[in-house]
Structures are given as C-alpha cells and as structure tokens.
Design a protein around this ligand. Structure first.
Ligand code: FAD
Ligand code: NAP
Length: 484
C-alpha cells in the first residue's frame, strides 16, 4: 500500500489506540550472559503456548494477570516454576468458586460501599475464602487459603486495588508447587539471584510479564503527550480541560467488573458533546470533577494500574452527565422486581439504557430480569444483609450531614439508602415516643452493632489485628455459611 501524508482539519479527534504500547522490559545485570549461556529471556507479549517450555526450569517475573496466567499454564508442564514478584499481586479473586463464577457476585450493592469501610470487606473475604469447602480437592482448598493470606497481608480487596482475577498464582503454587521469590537481583550465567539472597540454578527460560508502557505513540506534540500521560488528570479519564477537541477512550481500567462498560460510557459521553446535544461543564466544574476523582482514588486505591477507575462512581457520574443514570429510588416504588435485580444481581451495562439518549427500556428490562444470582442462598442472604446494614448505617451519618467527604454510599444507590436511613430514624423516634419497646430496642441494638463495627474499621491497623476483630459480633462471621 502506498503511504501518503496529507493535512486536513477536523473539529474533534478521538483516540482509541489502546492504553498499552510496547513491552516494559527490565534491564537486569547479567541478562545478556544468561542468553549467551543458552537461557531464553522473553517478554510476556512473546509468550505463545505453555508447551514451548515443557520440561524446563522456568522463572516468571511479575504479579499481574499476564504473570498469573503464564505461571499457571506453564507450571502444568515445566519441571520447575518460580514466580518472582517485586510487589504483591492485585486482589486475588477466583474466576470460579464451586461452579459459581466470581462475576456473579459483582452486584451494585457490593460496589456501593463507602470505600472507607474496606477493612470490613477484607476481613469478610478472608473468612469466606478460608471456610469454603471444595469438593474433595485439597489443592483448591489450599489455593483459596493462600489467596486469603496474600490478600490479607497486602491489604488487598475490591476497594483497595485492581483484581488479579485469573487465580493463576495461587493455583500454580498449590497445584503445581510453584515457588514464590522476591525481585530478581541479577543473573550469573544460568543462575538467577534474588534480592533475598536466594538463588535458582540452571534456569532455562525467564518470562518477564512486567507489563507494558502506557503511551500514545501517535502523539508527536510533547506538550499534548505530557497532558495526556496520566489518565486520571483528564475529565472522565478522557479529555484535558484545555484541550477539548482531543479525547482518548479506553484509558480506564476498572478495579473489577468490566472495561467495556467504561469505554461505552466514555463513548456515549463524548458523542453527546461532539453532536452538540450536550456542552462541556464549565472549566471550574471539570477541574473539580478531576480533583474529586484523584482524591477519591488516592483515599483507598493508592496502588494499582495507572489508569485505574472505580467502576460505580466512574460510570454513574458519566451517566448523570448523559442523562441515562437509573433512578433507583423511583424504581424502588415503580418497578420493585427490577430494582431488586439491579441492586442485588450482577451489574449489567444495560442499567444505563433504561432512560435518556440511546435508551432501549424494554430490552434492557428483559435483560436485567434475566440476571443470574449465584447459588448458596444462605451465604448470599448473609452477605446481602450485612451489606444493606453497612450501607444503611453509614447513611445515618449522611442524612445527618456528619459524614466525611468520602464516607457515603457510592453512586445511584445513595438516595435510596438516605431514604431508608431517614425512614429508620423516623421509626426509631416514633417507637421511642410511643414506647414501642419491642421495636425500639432490637432495632437500636442492631444498628448500634453495625455502627460500632464500622467505627472500629475506621482504624484499619487495630481492626485488622486478629484480637481486635474478635470483638466484632457476628457481622463478619455470617459470611461463613454453606457454600456448596
Ligand atoms: C493477554 C491479555 C489478556 C487480556 N484479557 C483481558 C480481559 O479478559 N478482559 C479485559 O477487559 N481486558 C483484557 N485485556 C486488556 C485488553 O488489552 C483491553 O481490555 C482491550 O483490548 C482494550 O481495548 P482498546 O480498544 O482500548 O485497545 P486495543 O485493544 O489495544 O486496541 C487499540 C487499537 O488501536 C490501533 N492503533 C494504535 N495506534 C494507532 C494509530 N496510531 N493509528 C491507527 N490505529 C492505531 C491498534 O492497532 C489496535 O487495533 C487483556 C490484555 C492482554 C494483553
Ligand atoms: N486474563 C486476563 O484478564 C488478562 C491476562 C493478561 C493481561 N490482562 C490485562 O492486560 C494488562 C496488562 O497486564 P500485565 O499482567 O501484562 O501487566 P501489569 O498488570 O502491568 O503487571 C506487571 C507486573 O510486573 C511487575 N513489574 C513491572 N516492572 C517490573 C520490574 N522491573 N521488575 C519486577 N517486576 C516488575 C509489576 O509489579 P508492580 O506492581 O510492582 O509494578 C506487576 O506485578 C492489564 O490490563 C491486565 O488486566 C488481562
């Protein structure tokens, strides 16, 4: 094909060129000699199939999803697998638990917690993982315990860091005896030295699953490149306040759930603007949105991907701008069955297609009503009950206006829980006034228990000490029900 260059004026440019460009390859001392001595050193981008490393001594470097997948697949056929990690992986989250896909637990309810209560969730996950019984599979049992320990020690949960969903690292360790090592220090011939002083000898292959460069190579203008180098400094991870004709889409990675919804919401937002149906907010208000997002993320998600976003607030904010946010308070009264599915079943992107531009209400409702629940009714009821009580308890502070900036229910569920908090407070006042002790005392005790639990979780260090957590009533223990 003949290449031709020309200049043409466009009103807007939208880049969907992908977040990652070019492998990020560490420079290890002795790496060249390792290859000269017959060792193979590749980046994960060049990894094709595990069989290529059959009967070999393999070191996989990294703790991301590439490392996780490659370590698990390769550990099935190689003779020795070592996983070298500079820092802990993201939240280890299984794809599948006894026939239930993990995604099925990704409800709006669970992702609406004020992020400050993350220690409660971390503790809940730990107990849940430790107590799941896997049908006659000891290795699987061990893999879940390993994941619980890793998440616990690194303070990793769905509100603190992106997930490492493949569960490959726990499986490689517990099924195929992979060994975990810290960072590589240097190579010496075919031997690899790690920073803790340990050595793995006679290594055949090193797979550096060390990620990719976050870049937009097509951008030649340095100023523009710098402006767009940190997605979180863009309005909705998409556009700089002073470059309103240039958008990037897809520079957002949710901690869980899916990227596609985020990209779709970005595309819908920008198409509203480009088509002239909506205008940008004022510069001041765009800057405030950006500052809020940065502060929100740094409050809990201080680690993780550069383009990390918090799924529910990220998408709900754009939905509010577009005018397609589901009004859950209204749906509570007008379409209760759908409300229940939208809150307790997995989040479906068609929640944003019920109203506003591009709405397909009937098809969306039909799809939402088909959302599956996971099995294990007891665990589900316990988890959802705990979640509702935590959201309700934090909403009292919200209704009374005494909550901190980031201590409120996230996204479209906030008005619903503010409403219930108001009703509950009214009920408490009425039962006190009319001396209805059977209502007043049990309800107060229940709420007080949850409020104390939340208060103790506000001090993560003491809360996460085993002893501190013991005092925590059955709030967390209730997640330990049958799971088969
Ligand atoms: C092994 C692996 C597994 C993954 N698994 C998942 C997963 O399960 N779920 C998930 O959500 N994500 C997964 N990801 C992440 C995945 O990369 C993204 O979800 C998704 O591909 C991002 O889509 P995108 O359109 O933003 O970018 P890309 O898929 O990278 O697409 C960008 C496109 O732009 C083109 N392009 C780039 N520069 C230019 C230019 N200058 N001019 C014209 N065209 C250009 C590229 O050729 C490419 O076609 C995985 C990634 C890897 C590496
Ligand atoms: N199954 C899947 O869904 C799947 C599979 C593969 C990839 N993906 C996606 O593809 C994208 C890229 O994933 P990825 O795993 O390739 O990259 P990644 O998520 O960026 O992970 C890179 C890993 O390498 C480590 N690392 C980086 N530089 C290092 C160095 N110099 N020395 C030692 N360790 C180093 C990082 O540690 P630090 O944390 O310390 O930086 C991190 O653990 C992600 O969006 C991911 O979700 C998805």
């Amino acid at each position: 094909m003949k290449e031709e260059s020309f200049t043409k004026h466009y009103d807007y440019v939208v880049m969907g060129s992908g977040l990652h460009h070019g492998p990020s390859m560490p420079m290890w001392e002795g790496a060249e000699d390792f290859q000269k001595a017959g060792g193979t050193l590749i980046h994960s981008a060049k990894f094709r199939k595990a069989d290529d490393y059959k009967d070999q001594n393999v070191v996989v470097v990294g703790g991301g999803e590439s490392a996780s997948d490659i370590a698990w697949l390769t550990s099935k056929t190689c003779t020795k697998m070592t996983i070298s990690m500079r820092s802990a992986p993201g939240t280890l989250f299984p794809h599948n638990i006894n026939g239930n896909t993990a995604d099925i637990r990704d409800s709006r309810l669970m992702y609406s917690f004020p992020r400050k209560v993350w220690p409660l969730v971390l503790k809940g996950h730990k107990l849940f993982y430790e107590n799941i019984e896997h049908e006659d599979n000891e290795a699987r049992q061990e893999a879940f315990k390993f994941a619980a320990k890793m998440n616990w020690e690194n303070r990793n949960c769905i509100y603190t860091i992106n997930a490492c969903k493949s569960f490959g690292i726990p499986k490689a360790v517990c099924f195929n005896k992979a060994e975990i090592k810290p960072m590589i220090c240097h190579f010496e011939g075919r031997n690899i030295h790690f920073v803790d002083g340990s050595v793995v000898e006679n290594v055949d292959t090193v797979v550096a699953a060390t990620g990719f460069k976050v870049d937009i190579p097509a951008l030649k203008d340095d100023e523009l490149k710098i402006k767009y180098s940190h997605p979180r400094h863009l309005w909705n991870n998409m556009v700089a306040v002073d470059e309103k004709e240039f958008f990037v889409v897809g520079f957002c990675r949710p901690h869980q759930i899916n990227l596609i919804t985020c990209c779709e919401m970005q595309a819908r937002t920008l198409s509203q603007i480009i088509s002239g149906k909506k205008s940008f907010p004022s510069d001041e208000s765009m800057k405030k949105d950006i500052e809020y997002a940065i502060e929100h993320m740094s409050n809990t998600f201080e680690r993780g991907y550069k383009a990390l976003v918090d799924f529910v607030p990220f998408n709900d904010n754009m939905a509010n701008f577009i005018g397609c946010a589901p009004n859950l308070l209204k749906l509570l009264f007008t379409d209760f069955p759908m409300f229940v599915h939208m809150v307790f079943a997995p989040i479906q992107p068609c929640q944003y297609r019920l109203v506003g531009p591009g709405a397909i209400p009937e098809l969306s409702r039909k799809t939402i009503m088909k959302s599956p629940y996971y099995r294990w009714p007891k665990e589900r009821i316990a988890r959802d009950f705990n979640a509702v009580m935590i959201l309700l308890s934090t909403s009292f502070a919200d209704v009374c206006g005494v909550n901190g900036k980031f201590f409120h229910v996230q996204g479209q569920l906030r008005p619903v829980f503010r409403f219930f908090a108001f009703v509950t407070l009214s009920l408490l006042a009425a039962s006190w006034y009319y001396e209805m002790r059977v209502v007043f005392f049990p309800l107060s005790a229940l709420l007080l228990t949850f409020m104390l639990a939340i208060r103790s979780a506000m001090d993560p260090e003491s809360f996460l000490k085993e002893d501190g957590a013991k005092s925590l009533f059955s709030l967390i223990k209730m997640t330990q029900f049958e799971t088969k």
